[in-house]
Design a protein around this ligand. Sequence first.
Ligand code: RIB
Ligand code: CA
Length: 313
Amino acid sequence: MSKTAIIIDTDPGQDDAVAILTALGSPRLEVIGISAVAGNVPLPLTTQNTRIICEWANRQDVPIHAGCAHPLLRPLVTAEHVHGKTGLDGVPLHSPTMPVQEEHAVDFIIRTLRERAAGTVTLCMLGPLTNLAMAIVRAPDIVGRIKEIVMMGGAYFEGGNITPSAEFNIYVDPDAAATVLGCGAAITMVPLDVTHKATTSPARIAMLRTLPNRAGNLAADIMTSLERLDVQRYGINGAPLHDPAVIAYVLQPSLFSGKRVHVAVEQGSELTLGATPVDWWGVTGKHPNVNYLTEIDAEGFFALLASNLATLP
Ligand code: RIB
Ligand code: CA
């Protein structure tokens, strides 16, 4: 079976780490490269964490590219309160030795989309959309060459997680989000409306601990750290696994359901900056620009994570 070629753009980030490990463990994915962006923690740390995660998977072959250090127009907002000062709370971190490529992430995205056959590369966006927006502004010709953008971001029925009305990835760079959502490429959005239905639980974490390898236990440790925070802070019964849902959708879209709708981004109001109004009932008459996911088979999702994590060292 031919592999699905993907680029992962990421701001690790505890849930990013589980997503990247899941992708690297899948025999059905070709991870062409990973581009780091500022988000959960500043760029130097998201880049270093990407190296650490690839070394956990013994995948020093995967090219890592550092990208944009701050949003297109706004100061960077980070999320150490969730992911810790390192961005990877919950697990011991080593000093990575694998290199970072000289080529900037924006150039890497443009070059790869121009070099690969049109319609063959899926972009898995796990953080703020700054790198991709910059690539689109610099090289509009790449839009028609993208197979699909699968992006973790947005919220509508669920409400926001960084402000009452905005999800973090969109909030950090709403202008980049508007550029991507308006570019015309095929887009699937993985918003809080669906990720909040795929939360960790002691039983699901225990299932990962039965895996005989280090990666399974690393993922379990990360989830335990995430879960502790979310249960204490928000009183919910487990931690949403946001970014792994992007990889799960690429691998098994049948686990999800949603609707093609028009989604916009608030770029002006300080009160609702980064909000993603979803035209669920088509009242604006605007052309639907995204496949907006709202439902997930949570048990199937965790089984998929486990089966791919199990192949790692
Ligand atoms: O709102 C959740 C998203 O913001 C996830 O991608 C998480 O890693 C943070 O980047
Ligand atoms: Ca992320």
